[in-house]
Design a binder for this molecule. Structure first.
Ligand code: DQA
Length: 146
């Protein structure tokens, strides 16, 4: 089983950006955390981060026929990008949405998630742990689907 883990804009600034919201750990630390979580679950994974919407769309498209599942934190594009939603729907790869912060308790403009409309589940407000839960959920979903 092979998962693509996508992180959107400014996730590379973890540790520096708004530590009160996103914590003090870096993106490097998040990458290690995700790699361990995937190893624990016995799934192969590839990590991708981009600050560019079109690059994320391209990465999702190129996952077609290659990856079994996608874990995605589209970051700010969550709330704006129909293109990322359409890309997830186009490839039809089961996807789980993750947010480090509890977006539900934040500003009104964060209350809509376009990408989430193409995801089987969303984890938010759990910090890094959300990615581990997403990997576990996706693996279980794919095993049950067979
Ligand atoms: C985020 C929440 C988004 O609203 C925000 O724009 C981000 C990060 C999160 O992980 O909590 O950049 O996706």
């Amino acid at each position: 089983m092979k998962f693509l883990i996508i992180n959107g804009p400014n996730i590379n600034m973890l540790g520096i950006r708004e530590p009160a919201v996103y914590g003090s750990r870096s993106y490097e630390a998040l990458k290690s955390f995700i790699l361990s979580a995937c190893e624990e679950s016995g799934v192969e994974c590839e990590l991708y981060q981009s600050n560019h919407e079109g690059c994320i769309v391209d990465r999702i498209q190129s996952a077609y026929g290659v990856f079994d599942g996608i874990v995605i934190n589209p970051a700010a594009y969550t709330h704006t990008s129909v293109a990322i939603l359409d890309a997830l729907k186009a490839v039809g790869i089961p996807a789980v949405e993750v947010h480090i912060s509890d977006v539900k308790s934040r500003e009104d403009f964060r209350q809509i998630s376009y990408a989430g409309m193409a995801c089987i589940k969303t984890y938010m407000g759990l910090g890094f742990e959300g990615y581990r839960q997403a990997v576990i959920c996706l693996k279980k979903y794919l095993e049950e689907e067979k």
